[in-house]
Each structure stands twice: as structure tokens, then as C-alpha cells.
Design a protein around this ligand. Sequence first.
Ligand SMILES: Cc1cc2nc3c(=O)[nH]c(=O)nc-3n(C[C@H](O)[C@H](O)[C@H](O)COP(=O)(O)OP(=O)(O)OC[C@H]3O[C@@H](n4cnc5c(N)ncnc54)[C@H](O)[C@@H]3O)c2cc1C
Ligand code: SF4
Length: 381
Amino acid sequence: SEHFYEERGALAFFMEEKKSWKMENWYRHLRLKHDVLMSESKPVGGAWNFDKENRKNWRGEPTPNSLRRPKHDHTKLWGEIVESGITTFGNPTSEAFQWPLSREESLVMLKDFCSANIRFFGDYQDAMSVKHQTLFHSLLSFSLNLKMISPQEVINTVVQELVEDRENIASIEGFVRQVLGWREYIRGIYWAKMPDYLKSNHFLFGRELPGWFWTGDVGMNCLSTTIKQSLNTAYAHHIQRLMIVGNFSLLAGLNPHDVHHWYLGIYIDALEWVEAPNTIGMSQYADGGVLATKPYVSSSAYINRMSDYCKGCQYSRKEKHNTKSCPFDTLYWDFLSSQRRFFDKNPRMAMMLKNLDRKSDEEKSLIANHAKVLREGIEEL
Ligand SMILES: Cc1cc2nc3c(=O)[nH]c(=O)nc-3n(C[C@H](O)[C@H](O)[C@H](O)COP(=O)(O)OP(=O)(O)OC[C@H]3O[C@@H](n4cnc5c(N)ncnc54)[C@H](O)[C@@H]3O)c2cc1C
Ligand code: SF4
């Protein structure tokens, strides 16, 4: 259909003879095939990938422009839901539902994104801040997934911006990579690997989600901020989903199927074809590496580098493996240590394992003991 560039089975066909299903190969193939950001079969700007330029943290400047978002009054509908006694969670914002419900409203958001925020999308796409929930992101996934606008028109409109601003190739390529590369790739994985994909549980993790996943009432500022934002707005951007909630879920050993259902229930743009591979594959590595070449896990160092969450947190990055220290740090080292048999031969994990090996036996034992305390006391974090 016009709502995707490729047929459902195209990724599997393209990857048939290939050893690993690398997104990058697929992305370059689609750039060439659909003539997106190409000039005489060469990538515009002289490179396929400007990812290295897209890794800045955001400290309050530049100011993101507010996208003109619709406000729909759904109080009557919400009243009926409440009266029917249906159990709900989060904040429905029924008096001012902010998501587009028509093609016209979606096009306004696309236009606003291009005139206001695409300029800085690339630079700050991985940044997170308590001061701003959406930064320079497009908020277009809902419109795309609900088929109110097509990926072709989104990409054509964004690429048109390059004519206005030749300097902005890193941002525009970064955005095209998300829609043409990742979105088409994720969909291809879904149709190639289902239905068994949903049952994947590489690490055999089975811990229940803590109750605070439904309230955000947790002392870890990064998780509290992201979960509360998600419950209130049905939105978190990619790095919040991947490196805050997903990262914690994997390090804590939560059941990947429960995690999958949580994401499916929380986000406005969640449809199974796109949510499941992102959660089960990219975020929880439950598929054993079909989608991601290594698990997306980090200690607090990454979170602190890319956000301002740690400043307002009750946990300290300076303390080590005790009740005051950052739980991410203990859980991260414990995950690497307890699951290392899966990673020993993975060259992309070599640096992480080398750092683990530098730790003394005494610290390793502290880590293992405190990780146990954290997992058992997960409700109290
Ligand atoms: C655990 C997890 C669960 C996710 N669940 C969903 C989901 O249910 N629905 C969904 O649409 N996206 C999902 N994503 C991908 C991504 O986080 C969202 O598409 C993005 O945050 C939507 O916000 P945006 O429109 O402002 O995106 P922007 O940052 O502005 O990106 C532009 C567009 O690129 C596309 N895109 C970017 N990354 C991906 C990706 N990994 N997979 C597919 N499309 C992508 C989206 O259509 C998005 O609108 C998930 C990611 C993770 C890590
Ligand atoms: S100190 Fe740890 S728990 Fe607190 S915000 Fe930073 S990473 Fe999150």
C-alpha cells in the first residue's frame, strides 16, 4: 500500500542470502531503489550516515518550537468509559486530546515540524531533559501508523527542506534513516518472524513488572520522569523508550512479554507490527540478536551524558553498590557478568566485557549481592 515503501515480504527476500539482517544494508538499498537523498547513485552530502554528528546533549538551548497540536474535547466519551466501570490508567487528557485525528491535522504537524524543528532534529535526537518532553522530535508516528499521512509524503516534504538549507544534511539524513530505514526494517522483521517472534525470551527472564510502571512513583528520576510523561501524554521519544524504560527492564530481568504488553498499552503510536520488534528485539534482545547486533544496555554514564535526569535524583552516581547508589550501575555490571556467556564471542561487546574484567573480585561480589537486593526490592526503588 502507499503507507509503506515496500511489500511485507521484501525485507525477508532481500536478506535471503545474507548472514545477518543488518538495517544499514537495507537502508542503503532503499535509498538507491527509491532515489532518496541520492545524486547520480551517490549519497547526497558524500556519506550514507551522519550519525556521529547526531549525538549532542541538550542543556536548554536552542529552544524547540511548539508544534501546533490539535485539541479535541472528548470529555463526554471519557465520561461514558468511567461510568461503565472500565479500569483505566494514566491521564486521558480528555478535555484536550492532543493527537491529530485527520489528514489535515497531520499535515499541519508535518509542516510545523519542517519549518520549526527539523533543523535541530539530528543534533538532539538522543537528548533527554526534564525541561522539555518532545524536544525536536516530529510526533508523526501516530499519523503515519494510523495511515493519515504516508511515509513518501513525509520524506519528500522533509527532503525538500534540504533545498532551503544545504547545511542541514545531517539532520535530514538522520530523519530519513528513521522513516525509510528503521520503520521499513521493523515492519519487514515483523512479517518475516511472526508468529513465533512474540514468544522469544533469549535470557529466559520472568520477573513481573513492578507496580510503579503504572504510576511512575519510583525514586529513580529517569524512570519516574519517563513513565509519568508516558502515562500523561502517551508519548516518549525513542531514547526514553530504549535507554530508560527498556534498558531498566532488561537489566532488571523483567519478563519480555509483559514488557511488550506494557509498551503496547501505553504509547499512542503502538501497533503490534511496529511495537513488538522494537520492544522484544531492539529493546529486550529477547530474539537473541536477530534485530540488534548487541543489547542496548548502559550504566548511568550514558543517561547522565544524554540527559539532566541525574541532577534531580535521590540516587547518587558517586556511591557504589549500596542503598544510595544508582541502581542502573549495579544492574548493568551484574547483567554483563551473569549473561557474559552469550556475549563472549560478540566483538561489539568486547569493550564492555573488558571494563567488567578490570573490576576486582571484591567489587564483583558486591555487585552480585547488591543486584540481588535491588531485584528483590524492585517495588521499593
Ligand atoms: C521499546 C520501543 C518501543 C517502540 N514502540 C513503537 C511503537 O509502538 N510505534 C512506533 O511507531 N514506534 C515505536 N518505537 C520507535 C520510536 O521510538 C517511535 O517511532 C518514535 O519515538 C515516535 O516518535 P516521533 O514520531 O516523534 O519520532 P521521531 O523521532 O520524530 O522519528 C521520526 C519517525 O521515524 C519513525 N521511526 C523512528 N524510529 C523507529 C523505529 N525504531 N521503528 C519504527 N519507526 C521508527 C517513526 O515513524 C517516527 O515518527 C519504539 C521504540 C522502542 C525502543
Ligand atoms: S542517578 Fe541513576 S537512577 Fe538516578 S536519574 Fe541518574 S541514571 Fe537514573
